[in-house]
Design a protein around this ligand. Structure first.
Ligand code: ADP
Ligand code: MG
Length: 542
């Protein structure tokens, strides 16, 4: 193919290649990172996001900002998907990941302008990443106590709400662990279908509480029903006990007067017989997803069965898990196998609303009753609770922790700087660039707390280096405590990160940076060839 023919092939594309392509991709990465850098850490600022429909909300979560951003640039999209991936895997460490990607790329660019080829930088970054991971694994410590877990959750919820709110959420998450987790081949994982959240406006987040069992804002279908039952049996029906609606469910050929009356009588008898069959199962509580007819309610009341109707499907599923019941599809086919058990079922009036409270026999199924002065505050607390539970599960699977407050990153940077790998040539420069990248984490943390980033960074490096001569193990655990604004032993100040989160951030940021460094050609399709010209034109004109 001639050069001219080749050029023709790319007629419909805009092309940037070589250094230009790399620079444009790096600029996009830096733009993404700049958008969320100020949210990092305990004093990170919030961002106000406004959706297309004008709804505004405030968040401190880097990943939420990126999720909402309408980003077109492919490199920026790659970075955002790395952050989302980190968030899905570990629900933490996303801002750090993005920051590291942008910094790795900016430092790489400086080397490229000095004539170092991206392939050499990639090799150097891989070596540095592997050393960093083994160093951090080496200095990590076992998570031993409940206090360690609470400290890690508290550190992870850093920018979310006040410290009393974080403490309450961390505590609630810890006590709910057993009730809302399942164990599968991956280990312990959070099962959101085991958690019912009720937002009860009023008070503050610290007044929130959890209970074993399930709370549903409902009352029994008849006030005379006995609703306070201990050690009872329950039946769940994914349907109702109702009259057939003549216009929908039945076709009736009317041949004589009184036939409709007769049909109605038969329906009442059918309902009564369905209920007497159900009663033979020995249940005390009946729950239906749909309605229960008036005759049915009277019959149930006579038989001493408390009944709840129009209960949502996900609540039925939650009740099934908590009581060991199997949901029946239809009242006619219920059997003993469908019946579940509970320790206690009762009703309480909270404010003006009746709540049905049921403690199942399995230890699964919990309700979190969130209190708060506004729905926005309760939403933030709900997000924090979900993150806290996920983190607690991750810690159950990977019981390792690392120093927070930038300690891990400085320890790893010192380690890389101390490496003298003889056979390395120009890659050594990439190792230095990697170490400099790690140092930006404590620097950004300090800057976001209104401190001088460079001074704090130098102070932390020299504190670790000085102690390193006497006690290298302790040296790595020094980090900046941004509450007291001093360099401290993070084990004592309880500023601790989950090792899995830190390691994943380092791995995914290096991988993303490498993927971007590999690109030396960006071809933008000018238009989607599958769209016919006329349509494209009208789109362009619209
Ligand atoms: P990410 O999205 O990366 O998790 P965060 O905004 O949650 O970002 O900030 C996490 C960082 O903040 C971690 O490096 C953690 O060690 C640090 N951090 C949290 N609380 C403190 C604190 N009180 N003092 C110093 N560093 C803290
Ligand atoms: Mg975090």
């Amino acid at each position: 193919m001639s050069g001219a023919e080749q050029a023709n092939l790319l007629n419909d594309t805009t092309r940037t290649s070589g250094k230009d392509a790399l620079k444009k991709n790096i600029d996009a990465a830096v733009a993404v990172s700049d958008a969320i850098r100020s949210t990092l850490g305990p004093d990170g600022l919030d961002k106000m996001l406004i959706r297309d429909n004008g709804d505004a909300f405030v968040t401190n979560e880097g990943v939420t900002v990126l999720n909402e951003a309408k980003v077109e640039h492919p490199a920026a999209k790659m970075i955002i998907s790395s952050a989302i991936n980190q968030s899905n895997k570990l629900s933490d460490g996303t801002t750090t990941t993005v920051l590291l990607i942008a910094e790795l790329l900016q430092n790489a660019w400086e080397l490229v302008t000095k004539g170092i080829h991206p392939t050499t930088i990639i090799e150097g970054y891989k070596i540095a990443m592997n050393h960093t991971i083994s160093h951090l694994e080496h200095i990590s410590k076992e998570v031993k106590s409940k206090d360690d877990i609470l400290a890690i959750i508290n550190t992870s919820l850093s920018g979310k709400g006040t410290s009393s709110m974080k403490n309450s959420i961390a505590n609630l998450a810890m006590i709910s662990m057993d009730g809302v987790t399942k164990t599968n081949e991956e280990g312990v994982t959070f099962d959101p279908t085991l958690l019912k959240i009720i937002k009860d406006k009023g008070g503050t987040i610290t007044d929130s509480w959890t209970m074993n069992g399930i709370v549903i804002p409902k009352q029994a279908v008849h006030p005379n029903m006995n609703t306070d039952i201990v050690d009872g049996a329950i039946l769940l029906i994914d349907g109702g006990i109702e009259h057939k609606d003549l216009s929908i469910n039945a076709s009736l050929k009317i041949t004589s007067a009184g036939m409709i009356e007769e049909f109605k009588k038969q329906e009442v008898n059918r309902i009564k017989s369905e209920i007497s069959e159900i009663a033979k199962l020995g249940i005390n509580v009946l729950v239906c997803k749909d309605g229960i007819s008036d005759e049915g309610i009277r019959e149930l009341e006579k038989l001493g069965i408390a009944a709840y109707r129009r209960v949502e499907k996900n609540d039925l599923e939650l009740l099934a898990k908590a009581t060991g019941a199997t949901i029946s599809n239809n009242p006619q086919t219920c059997s003993k196998q469908h019946v579940g058990n509970f320790k206690r079922s009762r009703e309480e009036k909270w404010g003006n609303v009746h709540h049905w409270i049921i403690d199942g026999v399995s230890n699964k199924g919990m309700t979190l009753i969130l209190k708060g002065s506004s729905s926005q505050i309760m939403d933030v607390a709900e997000g924090a609770f979900n993150d806290a539970i996920r983190l607690a599960c991750n810690l159950e699977r990977n019981k390792k922790m690392l120093p927070g407050g930038g300690g891990s990153y400085i320890s790893a940077a010192r380690n890389i700087k101390s490496l003298k790998i003889n056979e390395l040539g120009r890659e050594q420069l990439a190792l230095d660039a990697f170490a400099a990248t790690l140092e930006t984490v404590p620097m950004a943390l300090a800057q976001n707390s209104g401190l001088n980033g460079l001074d704090e960074l130098l102070n932390l490096i020299s504190s670790q280096s000085n102690l390193n001569n006497k006690d290298p193990n302790k040296a790595s655990w020094l980090g900046i405590n941004l509450s007291s604004k001093t360099v401290e032993n993070t084990l004592e100040s309880g500023i601790l990160d989950s090792a899995a989160v830190v390691l994943q951030s380092i791995k995914s940021s290096t991988e993303a940076a490498i993927a971007i460094l590999r690109i030396d050609d960006v071809l933008w399709a000018r238009q989607d060839p599958s769209i016919p010209d006329e349509v494209q034109q009208s789109l362009d004109n619209s």
